[in-house]
Design a protein around this ligand. Structure first.
Ligand code: NAD
Ligand code: GLY
Length: 362
């Protein structure tokens, strides 16, 4: 097992990464000091891992209330939040009852938002079971839900007390979900860790074959990158925005195509290729760099062509991005491969040219 720390002073917390962690009660003991916890999961993950977690909690004398939600990005909304609040209130969960998110990023983001708001805040534990949630969403305290007008528009910064990433859970993950997580892994290399990008270029086939050592290395290195950024800029007043490379375009794709039709990582992959294209139009990176980026996403079995929503629709959806300041869009772009920046004044003509590369669906 590897343990990293997100350094946030008194709110610092560990990220444990390794095989078989779901059965290790000692890792949970400190974060679950009382006799009850509430586990939030979904109809896909519950049959796979809920009983194991319950048994682990029982072994330290903790009983659990369970909330099993419908599965899917389309349920990441206020109606589903209410199902969680209802269950917690019905079962008289108290301020000291920790909420445990068992699942991917959708479960983690919603459970975290409930933890931030139920009784004005209860302890929160992340047990991520997808690659995407193990490398990104479970770390850093961004929680929330979608709004019909835009992705992740309602939420709160609320840090967990513990992240427990059992890499064995990835064995049951569908291939397209594994690929979706790889998009966020590649992101760290592109924005701030060129040696990691080079490692990914050498080891992509091992990752796709689910080689345990390669996956653990990629998860730990991704979490290390994320932990450093979050420790430096928890509330995204600066550097943290770089973690959104490809997301302005990607969120527009996810929302414009209807939540759930493009996986988050798929939107990020095609969105990052658009960000790379725009960076090239600004004269910052070369055509070879763009092609290098496309190739790596393609090797990870991710889409590199954005769907043709129409330029005006893209502009409309991107206008709702959380990075918009004073009504002006800001983009995360690549000064070099391995170094991202946030750029405010992108000439509209270049942006439109990038949006025009979107291809109609086959
Ligand atoms: P997800 O939560 O929808 O999980 C993907 C699918 O895999 C679901 O069907 C889920 O039930 C299933 N699943 C989960 N674990 C499994 C397992 N071990 N075996 C088999 N199936 C399993 O999607 P995701 O990719 O984990 O997360 C995407 C979400 O995360 C998006 O809503 C995105 O906005 C959010 N996100 C948040 C942050 C953040 O910082 N908070 C960062 C990135 C993404
Ligand atoms: N996934 C982007 C962030 O956590 O800031």
């Amino acid at each position: 097992m590897q343990t990293l720390t997100v350094g946030l002073g008194e709110r610092s917390y560990p990220i444990h990464i390794g095989s078989g962690l779901l059965d290790q009660a000692s890792l949970l003991q400190h974060a679950v000091p009382k006799k009850r916890a509430a586990i939030v999961t979904n109809t896909t993950v519950a049959p796979l891992y809920l009983e194991r977690l319950q048994l682990t909690l029982q072994s330290i004398g903790v009983s659990s209330v369970t909330v099993i939600l419908p599965d899917g990005e389309i349920y990441k909304n206020s109606d589903t939040l209410n199902l969680i609040y209802d269950a917690l209130l019905t079962n008289r969960c108290e301020r000291s009852t920790p909420l445990i998110a068992l699942g991917g990023g959708v479960i983690g983001d919603m459970t975290g938002f409930v933890a931030a708001t139920y009784l004005r805040g209860v302890p929160f534990i992340q047990i991520p079971t997808t690659l995407l949630s193990q490398v990104d969403s479970s770390v850093g305290g961004k929680t929330g839900i979608n709004h019909p007008l835009g992705k992740n528009m309602i939420g709160a910064f609320y840090q967990p007390q513990l992240v427990l990433a059992d890499t064995d859970t990835l064995n049951t993950l569908p291939d397209n979900e594994l690929a979706s997580g790889l998009a966020e892994v590649i992101k760290y290399g592109l924005i701030r860790d060129l040696p990691f990008l080079e490692w990914l270029e050498l080891n992509m086939d091992k990752l796709l074959a689910r080689d345990t050592a390669a996956l653990q290395y990629a998860i730990a290195r991704s979490c290390q990158n994320k932990a450093e950024v979050v420790a430096a800029d928890e509330r995204e007043t600066g550097e943290r925005a770089l973690l959104n490379l490809g997301h302005t375009f990607g969120h527009a794709i996810e929302s414009g195509m209807g939540f759930g039709n493009w996986l988050h990582g798929e939107g990020v992959a095609a969105g990052t290729v658009m960000a790379a294209d725009l960076s090239q139009r600004l004269g910052w990176i070369s055509a070879q760099d763009v092609s290098r980026i496309r190739t790596l996403f393609e090797r990870a079995r991710l889409p590199v062509e954005a769907p043709d929503l129409g330029v005006e629709k893209y502009l409309d959806l991107m206008g709702l991005d959380k990075k918009v300041e004073g009504g002006k869009m800001r983009f995360v772009l690549l000064k070099q491969v391995g170094r991202a920046v946030v750029q405010g004044d992108v000439p509209e003509k270049l942006l439109r040219q990038t949006l025009e590369i979107a291809k109609p669906e086959p």
